[in-house]
Design a protein around this ligand. Structure first.
Ligand code: NIG
Ligand code: FE
Length: 389
């Protein structure tokens, strides 16, 4: 193993409040960072960097942890350009569009699914995402859900079984039978490939009782819950997520004070997905309200062909700052450390000794430029497990 020092970093975001300026970002100015093998082994002032085998001069750029995209739907086929076009001409978004993608996904080969996945992963990596979660949910048969998860498991440890995305079209008249499938044979086939179980708890998808049955069955199989909650309307999703100690309640657009309070007194992260509100012209989730109440907030892309077809975490950071009341610092924390919390990981989302050396170099002197210069491709280098990618 060889050691490498990245020196002359104008601003290093460590997300370790015991380092640097003592803020949640643990910001160190004029910094260096030393990598040994896959891990960070030292951070501090550039002038005090220890001797290493290799040296890389960051030339006054900013360095931050690689983005942790804790919510995406990349196992799909087909395209929903027409639906997007219609929506931008005034039609409302509904969960019904998912069926279009289900039909295309069922017709696709395993190789097609894998190509689509790897294309979007490469796209995300170029924009600084070093860890991503992804879900099934466009197969909705035992065979199609299991093969999607098998494809995903070859590319990430953060795989989520979302057989409960909507009721499969062929069982639309018998939702109880579909819930029995999702909690029975389909769960048995999918659990070996997944770490997480998710459910779309929403009108037109699954109600609170169905969602509880699905998540409880998943827990009994060793999967940890996460929930699509309170996206399109107010519902029981957030309270259920807290009740079941879900790692994250995702979307959180329509919340009561009781929902916010429940999240604030739980270990459940509120994962906000502004790409979805952007692409459906829906009201923004109120990040300020959540943060002021003490809720842990993550920011992710929700990348999917229907409601949010972006793989760009920097884009989501800029939206969150512009429209959701987050400060630039809070948004960067949420897209890195927040995502790590939403995946219950402490080896990523921070750049302190012991963490994985997953990092982003910006062609800018500060992490603030991610929201100050929206739409500009500032990510110039991405390192994953100590290697430049
Ligand atoms: O997170 N809300 C449910 N699932 C996706 C949308 C899926 C689709 O429209 O294809 C979401 O927004
Ligand atoms: Fe989603």
């Amino acid at each position: 193993m060889s050691s490498t020092a990245i020196t002359n970093i104008a601003a290093l975001v460590t997300n370790d409040p015991s380092l640097g300026d003592g803020s949640p970002l643990g910001l160190i100015q004029d910094a260096a960072l030393v990598i040994d093998g896959e891990h960070v082994v030292w951070t501090g002032e550039s002038s005090k960097a220890p001797a290493t085998d290799n040296r890389v001069d960051a030339e006054g750029r900013a360095v931050l942890p690689g983005f942790v995209d804790s919510h995406s739907h990349l196992l799909f086929a087909g395209d929903r350009t027409q639906e997007f076009n219609a929506r931008m001409s005034g039609r409302a978004y509904s969960a019904g569009g998912i069926r279009t993608t289900v039909a295309a996904t069922r017709a696709a080969s395993d190789a097609d699914l894998e190509r689509t996945l790897t294309r979007h992963l490469a796209e995300a990596l170029r924009q600084g995402t070093t860890t991503f979660e992804t879900k099934s949910g466009y197969g909705l048969t035992v065979h199609d859900e299991a093969r999607a998860l098998r494809v995903a498991a070859a590319h990430t440890d953060e795989v989520t079984y979302l057989g409960a995305h909507i009721v499969a079209p062929e069982l639309a008249d018998d939702p109880a039978a579909y819930v029995a499938l999702v909690t029975g044979e389909m769960l048995d086939a999918c659990a070996p490939y997944a770490r997480w179980i998710d459910v779309f708890c929403e009108r037109g998808a699954f109600d609170g009782d169905q969602a509880r049955a699905i998540l409880t069955a998943g827990k009994a199989k060793g999967l940890h819950p996460r929930v699509h909650a309170n996206q399109l309307s107010h519902g029981p999703g957030v309270q259920l997520a807290v009740e079941l100690d879900a790692a994250s309640a995702d979307h959180c657009t329509h919340l009561t004070d009781a929902d916010v309070d429940a999240l604030a007194h739980s270990d459940t992260v509120a994962t906000l997905l502004p790409g979805a509100e952007f692409s459906t012209r829906a009201p923004w989730p109120d990040a300020r309200r959540l943060l002021d109440a003490g809720v842990t907030v993550a920011l992710s892309t929700d990348c999917n062909p229907g409601s949010s077809f972006t793989s760009s975490v920097p884009f989501c950071v800029a939206l969150a700052v512009r429209d959701m009341g987050m400060t630039p610092d809070e948004a960067v924390w949420a897209a890195t450390a927040g995502g790590a919390r939403a995946l219950r990981r402490d080896d990523i989302g921070r750049l302190a000794p012991g963490a994985l050396a997953d990092l982003v170099v910006l062609d800018a002197p500060s992490h603030v430029h991610l929201s100050y210069r929206p739409g500009v491709p500032l990510v110039t280098e991405v390192w994953k497990r100590g290697e430049r990618r």
